[in-house]
Design a protein around this ligand. Structure first.
Ligand SMILES: [Zn+2]
Ligand SMILES: [Zn+2]
Length: 239
């Protein structure tokens, strides 16, 4: 195995996940990208993981989650979707950079430690098969599988299915929520894996939360006892 790894290092020497600077060790980011990445630490919103100023309080919520209470009970994000981390997420999503899954799952595992439920089943936000064929992989499923492994949890890849594509990007908040109504459903045979379980839904980015809301609804329709969410990146409103 070690031989295979050193052979891989010769063929594909480890490089920074964002800027391609060669790396000495097997870490995901070079020092420069690491220091400019916005990892979310300290006080954050209990349901979407957005960083919050100030001291801890019992159940801190951001303005968005106060205005639109989430269907899920808790959520965390590893990084803010901006700057170098936006590049990282886009490379993972569209750039065939599957080597980015491992460091991303490490960050998500650390970020979700406080809210991770006992006896969890991890489920990705599903893609339509059409999108899956086009992209060849579902980045949310890769992140979900790697996260489940790190947390010793069950992984139910296809318990929820997507029957319609999401609203086009650029659609406003209301249109996004409306387009997703009924678009994600429990799989008729596999969704029994979620019955009575603590479900953790995984996605790459949380923007409005419309997709995660539709996925949460489907998890409850499948009989989930509780639903939490973990995302790689939280898109924050410009201050
Ligand atoms: Zn770099
Ligand atoms: Zn929030």
């Amino acid at each position: 195995m070690r031989y295979v790894q050193s052979l891989l290092d010769v063929v594909y020497p480890p490089v920074c996940a964002i800027c391609d600077t060669p790396l000495a060790g097997r870490v995901g980011l070079c020092g420069c990208c690491w220091s400019s990445a916005h990892f979310i630490q300290g006080l954050c919103c209990e349901t979407c993981g957005a960083p919050l100023p100030g001291e801890s309080c019992r159940r801190p919520l951001c303005d968005e989650c106060l205005a639109t209470p989430r269907l899920w009970s808790a959520g965390r994000a590893a990084v803010a979707y901006s700057g170098t981390m936006r590049d990282f997420v886009l490379r993972l999503k569209h750039g065939d950079r599957l080597d980015l899954v491992a460091p991303a799952a490490d960050w998500m595992s650390a970020a979700s430690r406080q809210i991770w439920p006992d006896d969890a089943v991890v489920v990705p936000v599903p893609l339509t098969w059409r999108r899956l064929v086009h992209r060849r992989y579902n980045q949310a499923a890769l992140l979900a599988r790697a996260l489940a492994k790190r947390r010793n949890a069950r992984f139910a890849a296809r318990a929820l299915v997507r029957v319609r594509a999401p609203a086009p990007s650029g659609a406003d908040r209301t249109a996004r929520f409306a387009a997703l109504d009924g678009a994600i459903r429990p799989h008729p045979n596999i969704a029994a894996a979620l019955l009575g379980r603590n479900v953790v839904i995984v996605d790459d980015v949380l923007v409005t939360g419309a997709t995660l809301t539709a996925t949460t609804r489907a998890a409850f329709a499948a009989g989930a006892a509780d639903v939490r969410i973990v995302v790689l990146a939280r898109a924050l409103q410009e201050a």
